[in-house]
Design a binder for this molecule. Sequence first.
Ligand code: UD1
Length: 378
Amino acid sequence: MICDVMCIVGARPNFMKIAPIIEAFRQYRDMRAPLVHTGQHYDRAMRDVMFEQLGIPEPDVDLGVGSGTHAVQTAEIMKRFEPVLDERRPDAVLLVGDVNSTIACALVAAKKDIPVIHVEAGLRSYDRRMPEEINRVLTDQISTLLFTTERGAHANLEREGIDAARIHFVGNVMIDSLRANLSRAVLPEEVFPDAPLTRGYALVTMHRPSNVDDPEILRSMLTVLSRISGELPIIFPVHPRTQNRIDELGLRALIESPRIRLTRPLGYLEMLGAMARARVVLTDSGGIQEETTALGVPCLTLRENTERPITVEQGTNTVVGTQPAVIWREFENTLRTGGKAGRTPELWDGRAAPRIVEAIRDWMRLERRENNQAVNAR
Ligand code: UD1
């Protein structure tokens, strides 16, 4: 009997997580993984390039929701996803990460009694001002199967009353993608042949609303980046949200310098190459904290907290907050010492996706046996 696990993607950080999962499903003839893209991210750089480079098949369904406020975006995804579920009735819906597409599709599926499978469950920043934290907590609450990337996530979930039998520690699917693609990474000297990168550079990414939506915080972040560029040239791929804010607030002059290479968002392979060669990465992204740990590259996280503590405890990550003096001190410290060495966390071995698919198969078999027994007993 064929088993349909409908996979959902919406935003850029979902794509590198779903790619190895779809590949792992392909290894089984009795499993199908139809793909739904909500359309939360839609620009060529944010969507098409990622699909192409990661070998993700074109989605079976594209909901085409686009941008909006949290309420509008989440509601629109739910409205458009519901008829898709009604028509296709998959055996389960699989979601990755913590974006609005994740919670929106989880809610629709759970209310239709379709089991929800959450990959990257149990991460907690314990900061409810972060929209992703709300998405994480709520998605986990309504998930049937929960796959975790680090052991600490298990304790977070149990504290929230989730049955341990439903939680599986499998490792990190994003690192599956990293390992599979590292040899194809495009190096920064190929992307920016005229940039002064030969003696090292810092890679910067920044897009969290807490950093870019507040004019004063954004201004002070850009000012410290300008100071940093005096020591080390910077590559700064600018997220559309950040670009919009910089333009609206007229702050571009703060970072206009031959030592700061501003670019549109990079493709997956270009970003891998840029991370792998960086002396230091400064970021407020969640995924980049993990990717730099896997690459052994020092990472300074421009946030007050992280939902990925293993990158600090075992990896190369230091949470430096948003105070310019502290960012500068930690940057200098990293240059002087070479930064944290770190080690690769348990099960970040490139095999997380096959573990997930195997666990789903085992669970499906058990479910079907129990259903059959229930029918026979009637
Ligand atoms: C979303 C995720 C965040 C993730 C980030 C990665 C939520 C709540 N947030 O934030 O967790 O780290 O994606 O990129 O889901 N825009 C474009 N082109 C696009 C997509 C967006 O120009 O393809 C612009 C629009 O002006 C939009 C803004 O970026 O309003 C923000 O996009 P949105 O998806 O709402 O949130 P992100 O900040 O990207």
